[in-house]
Design a protein around this ligand. Structure first.
Ligand SMILES: Cc1ncc(COP(=O)(O)O)c(C=O)c1O
Length: 306
């Protein structure tokens, strides 16, 4: 579904007025970086809360810097633009925001010379991404891109061909999602989410050195486990077989939120249903996304004036 307005180059304009040429380097070579942000609708308060805007726009700036696509708009400009856009589209349901920074030059060749950089943001209603509350996942034969190929810390559009190949393979094999291993055979992440295991009383997640995207939800999950549940969190490499013997496995991500994995490569995880740790983290997470936990209130930007 398309919305009426987008943010484009600092202004709110009609979506149909923004054109991307078939010659654009963004289209030809995937030269762009992007974000995925959620805004959560609270029916009770009739309010929309844009979630973790500062963190997402900071990561967008970092991604753009890495690929030499620096742009002029500040984080504050983008936050204001996001609020204006959500209002312009009168978004009154949980909504996904997609900011993209792209190279719009039209000449031939995959060049990153910092010219013709454009910034656009669109909105899309999005309730549940997975379409299922418990997932069966498979390890893909495709390896995750590494830091010296296409830095996974950078949320680059071209990198999602790697994700799409993994998702295609595992979905064709009957799984709901893919888990990547690194070139060094360590568990990495899903096609668009970070991964956690709960084993021997600790919550464990792969470190950035294992070629993950440094997920904003991942950061929050680690904080919630440590500070709210008193669970020790370890960032360390995980091997494939450790997934099979974990008490719990779950994904975290803006689109995927916190979603339990109940089978990996046809091995049942724990009881075969959502585990207690995932359940508690999920409850804390959904409560705070709509501004109900004062400790995390600054993560939520209210869109509508009251
Ligand atoms: C490859 C990949 N890993 C992890 C994540 C989760 O990151 P975040 O929690 O910041 O959405 C995403 C989604 O942005 C992703 O695309």
């Amino acid at each position: 579904m398309t919305e009426a307005y987008v943010y484009y180059q600092g202004k709110i304009v009609k979506e149909d007025d923004v054109k991307v040429s078939v010659r654009s380097k963004a289209f030809n070579y995937g030269l762009g970086v992007f974000e995925g942000i959620r805004a959560y609708w609270d029916d009770e308060k009739q309010q929309l809360y844009a979630f973790k805007l500062k963190e997402h726009y900071n990561r967008l700036k970092e991604s753009a810097k890495t690929v030499n696509m620096d742009f002029d708009f500040s984080i504050d400009d983008l936050i204001q633009g996001t609020i204006d856009l959500l209002k312009a589209n009168n978004c009154r349901t949980t909504t996904y925001l997609r900011p993209i920074v792209y190279n719009d030059a039209l000449d031939i060749g995959p060049t990153l010379d910092g010219k013709d950089v454009k910034v656009v943001i669109y909105t899309q209603p999005l309730n549940k991404y997975a379409g299922k509350s418990e997932l069966s996942v498979g390890v893909t034969s495709w390896r995750r891109i590494s830091n010296n190929q296409l830095p996974p810390r950078t949320k680059a559009t071209a990198a999602y061909l790697n994700s799409a190949l993994a998702a295609l393979e595992t979905k064709r094999a009957g799984f709901d999602e893919a888990i990547f291993l690194t070139d060094g055979d360590h568990v990495c992440e899903g096609s668009g989410e970070n991964i956690f295991i709960f084993r021997k009383g600790k919550l464990v997640t792969p470190p950035p050195a294992d070629n993950i995207l440094e997920g904003i939800t991942r950061d929050l999950v680690m904080k919630l486990a440590e500070e709210e549940l008193g669970i020790e969190v370890e960032e360390r490499s995980i091997s494939r077989s450790e997934l099979y013997v974990a008490d719990e496995v779950f994904f975290s991500g803006t689109a995927m939120e916190v979603t339990p994995i109940v089978a990996v490569d046809h091995r049942q995880i724990g009881t075969g249903h959502e585990g207690e740790v995932c359940k508690q983290i999920k409850e804390l997470f959904f409560n705070l996304t709509i501004g109900k936990n004062p400790k995390y209130a600054e993560s939520c930007t209210p869109v509508y004036d009251k």
